[in-house]
Design a protein around this ligand. Structure first.
Ligand SMILES: [Zn+2]
Length: 196
């Protein structure tokens, strides 16, 4: 294993990530799950790569089945994780890896709702804020997800309410339509998570 893997594992096993714990629609996320993802990296069931194209775009990506061997792959824009935003992005993608670990097909908006909520919880447990620049649809989503994270952490509570879940799904759908991404029909898309 190299520096990239070491850095990822250190973040996934940190006390901050351990505090991420919630039920959002059909998805259950818990601190121990991120340790399962770290274990998958150690045993090479999850491959980590530094993607320079992703670096230019400033995004990370989790792929649950690449190629004929259906490899699990995590693409990272900067192996040094220079600030909290990069770490929060890793938490988002590692949340998809937990969903994959659960080996259950998920509606894409449900998959993203849990990932964005985990991302915002990572900020909230450290009393930090996400970047609110980046367009109205992103600000809308970040605000909604952060408010839910704030309620869960400060109450403390565990369950995202049906109303919050619907609100979160709506904001994600508007963002993906706005960005003209391939999954603009995310309200109908299913991801066949097949195991980590
Ligand atoms: Zn995502």
């Amino acid at each position: 294993m190299g520096l990239l893997e070491d850095n990822i594992i250190r973040i996934l096993e940190s006390p901050e990530v351990r505090r991420i714990n919630f039920q959002c629609g059909p998805v259950r996320i818990y601190g121990q799950g991120y340790r399962r993802v770290a274990d998958a990296i150690r045993s090479r069931r999850l491959v980590c790569v530094h993607n320079t194209l992703a670096q230019q775009a400033g995004v990370a990506l989790y792929q649950h089945a690449v190629g004929p061997n259906r490899v699990n792959r995590l693409q990272i824009p900067d192996p040094a994780f220079p600030n909290i935003h990069h770490k929060a992005m890793l938490v988002h993608e590692a949340t998809h890896a937990i969903e994959d670990y659960h080996r259950r097909a998920l509606n894409e908006l449900d998959a993203e709702a849990a990932a964005y909520l985990a991302q915002m919880m990572y900020y909230r447990v450290q009393d930090q804020l996400p970047p609110f620049s980046g367009g109205a649809t992103w600000m809308d989503l970040a605000g909604i997800a952060y408010n839910i994270a704030n309620r869960l952490v400060s109450t403390p509570a565990y369950e995202v309410s049906p109303q919050e879940h619907t609100q979160l799904r709506g904001a994600i759908h508007r963002l993906v339509v706005h960005r003209q991404r391939l999954y603009r029909h995310a309200d109908q898309n299913t991801i066949d998570y097949d195991g980590l």
